[in-house]
Design a protein around this ligand. Structure first.
Ligand SMILES: [Zn+2]
Length: 280
């Protein structure tokens, strides 16, 4: 009974998220080929590209840049029912995952700097409509160069359930293409606008080798929490704070202002911020 109440509250939180995120949508382009669905396992290995010029005993694949592959043993996985970040073996269960959607708009770089200063790993989920200009592309590079993984949050932030499969394909694949163009790697993580997925989007995300996630709680889109003090308070004192909580925040002024207090408040309660690189 208690569980049922918790789940129904969670779905309210899920359904109401990202309501500020909707933006003017660009018209979908035509002539998109939808490839056949293929059964493909998500990759277990994480590739980390480094830009360091290091001597390697092996010849580089690419004449332009040297790739150093570092195998990271995954320690966590996303629970695809309640969206928590669960330890695989004996990893610390008392973790939270920090995520920021609808980036890079106005505050993402400053938020990344705050996170970096505090040694807090996080995922920035980006939209294609925030990657149109050179200035926006530069912001993405800055965030990536500070060490933050970039997630795919679709091109124009539409509800995937309201558009055709061809349009879903464009919404998802185009962002990965653009991100790869800018930072040299495709997103490993996917989060649908409004947490609204279709069978098709789930298949496509898996086929692309991305990890699909929603979130467990977030408040910064609700009018009463569009205030730094109120937001910092609820983010660390909510009943939904639990091991593996997947925290949804956005590129917003009040979230930016509240970020330091949110970090401190969660650490005061002995939560560690999980490194997304350790998630499979
Ligand atoms: Zn969003």
């Amino acid at each position: 009974m208690k569980k049922a109440i918790l789940y129904s509250s969670l779905s309210v939180v899920l359904l109401s998220a990202c309501t500020n995120g909707a933006q003017e949508a660009g018209g979908p382009e035509e002539e998109t080929e939808v490839p056949d669905q293929q059964e493909e396992q998500p990759e277990d290995e994480t590739e980390i590209e480094t830009e360091e010029e290091e001597e390697s005993s092996e010849p580089a694949d690419d004449a332009d840049e040297e790739e150093v592959e570092v195998e990271v043993e995954p320690e966590y996985e996303i629970n695809d029912v309640v969206w928590t970040v669960d330890p695989i073996d004996d990893a610390n269960p008392q973790v939270v995952l920090a995520t920021f959607d609808d980036a890079p708009d106005q505050h993402a770089v400053e938020m990344a700097e705050t996170l970096k200063e505090n040694d807090v790993p996080a995922i920035f989920f980006v939209n294609g409509h925030f990657l149109d200009t050179d200035e926006e592309k530069e912001m993405l590079k800055e965030i990536h160069n500070m060490g933050f993984p970039i997630g795919n949050h679709t091109m124009t932030h539409q509800d995937l359930k309201s558009i055709s499969e061809e349009e879903q394909y464009e919404e998802i694949i185009e962002v990965s293409d653009i991100v790869e163009d800018i930072i040299g790697e495709r997103p490993r993580f996917f989060r649908a606008p409004f947490g609204s997925n279709t069978d098709y989007s789930r298949e496509l995300v898996e086929e692309e080798g991305m990890i699909l996630m929603n979130w467990t709680y977030g408040y910064d889109w609700e009018p009463e929490y569009q205030d730094a003090e109120a937001l910092a308070d609820i983010m660390v004192n909510t009943e939904f704070l639990q091991n593996g909580a997947n925290l949804l925040m956005h590129d917003r002024e009040w979230t930016n202002e509240a970020l330091q207090d949110i970090i401190d408040g969660l650490r005061d309660q002995d939560y560690e911020f999980v490194d997304p690189e350790l998630i499979k």
